[in-house]
Design a protein around this ligand. Structure first.
Ligand SMILES: [Mn+2]
Length: 331
């Protein structure tokens, strides 16, 4: 419990908190930021919250402090007694720029990515935890912070989304125990599932249709799946980038598929890969992402994939096959 006590004490000892979450906000980043923002406000702290995202996925607007979020790419850090709290960020570059790892300001890093680079003054990192929200529950518990139903709902959000609704292999007894405690604090699992999963807009559904239409399975035993979506598709469907959340996981529901990637062309032309893998895959999602300077978990990761747009699908297939052959030189 040491790391959780220390994180709780750090929060307690500082009266001004600035929260940072990673780009391409997901349920865990948003849930943990919302929960911490609410806990801080209740404890009389002055709290603000930034990430590089232009906007947050609208589906999470039920979270407390959703409207307190501020977009920021370049941040000016100062050693004026402010506590900078990074949530769900494996490295400091996943969030706003301006943080100097060689000269760390008063900072706290709460995260569950196994490749976390321990960039803060106080690092509360557990690669075995299901989610940053599950860790934040332990922080609150360690310091006997008051966990209201509103905070419990925010924490439940990140646990639910990062475990794929308690279906991924990061779901443990501890995850269910934590969820159980949150339910005891007033969370309704059915309401949360409705808010999180039965909440898609038609524009996003049309993006999904395009990606599913283009799915290709390949490799020995068809264990690989890939698809893509281009910037033009978003314009055509009236959707934005947040509409792709969950798509790479959707490809993993194909029978026999162990590794899936969805390539998304952003408006700036960059192509981002969202990658998933499961047991039985010849290599992990994180391992593949790191080949291209990306990062993430063993089973869920992302990277930039800079190939000409019209070659994306053929290059993606070729790169996966090439890497598979490196792993299986005798086949
Ligand atoms: Mn997470």
């Amino acid at each position: 419990m040491m790391i959780y006590d220390r994180a709780s004490d750090t929060l307690r000892d500082n009266d001004t908190w600035v929260i940072f979450t990673h780009r391409k906000s997901d349920g865990d980043a948003l849930g943990s930021a919302a929960a911490l923002f609410e806990a801080g406000t209740n404890a009389g702290k002055s709290v603000s919250w930034f990430s590089p995202d232009a906007k947050l996925p609208e589906g999470y607007s039920y979270l407390p402090h959703f409207d307190d979020f501020q977009t920021c790419t370049d941040f000016t850090f100062s050693d004026d007694g402010t506590l900078y709290v990074f949530l769900d960020c494996a490295t400091e570059v996943r969030s706003v720029s301006g943080y100097d790892v060689n000269n760390p300001v008063n900072s706290l890093n709460i995260d569950h990515h196994e490749d976390n680079s321990l960039y803060a003054r106080v690092n509360c990192v557990d690669g075995l935890a299901s989610s940053t929200c599950e860790m934040l529950y332990r922080v609150f518990n360690a310091g006997k912070w008051d966990i209201t139903t509103t905070i419990a709902e925010a924490l439940y959000t990140g646990i639910f989304t990062d475990t794929g609704g308690f279906t991924f292999s990061n779901t443990s007894q501890s995850t269910h125990n934590t969820a159980g405690k949150l339910i005891a604090l007033g969370v309704s699992p059915a309401t949360m599932a409705d808010r999180i999963s039965q909440n898609k807009c038609i524009a996003d559904m049309k993006i999904w249709a395009k990606v599913l239409e283009r799915v290709k399975v390949f490799g020995d035993g068809n264990i690989f799946a890939a698809s893509y979506v281009f910037a033009d598709d978003f314009t055509q469907c009236g959707a934005d980038l947040t509409g792709t959340e969950g798509l790479s996981q959707m490809l993993m529901t194909l029978r026999g598929v162990k590794f899936a990637a969805v390539a998304t062309q952003h408006p700036d032309g960059n192509i981002r890969l969202s990658i998933r893998s499961r047991d039985g895959s010849p290599f992990g999602a994180g391992e593949f992402a790191r080949l291209y300077g990306g990062g993430g978990h063993h089973k869920a990761a992302g990277c930039t994939f800079n190939y000409p747009v019209n070659e994306v699908m053929s290059r993606l297939e070729a790169e996966i096959i090439k890497y598979h052959e490196l792993h299986n030189p005798h086949q």
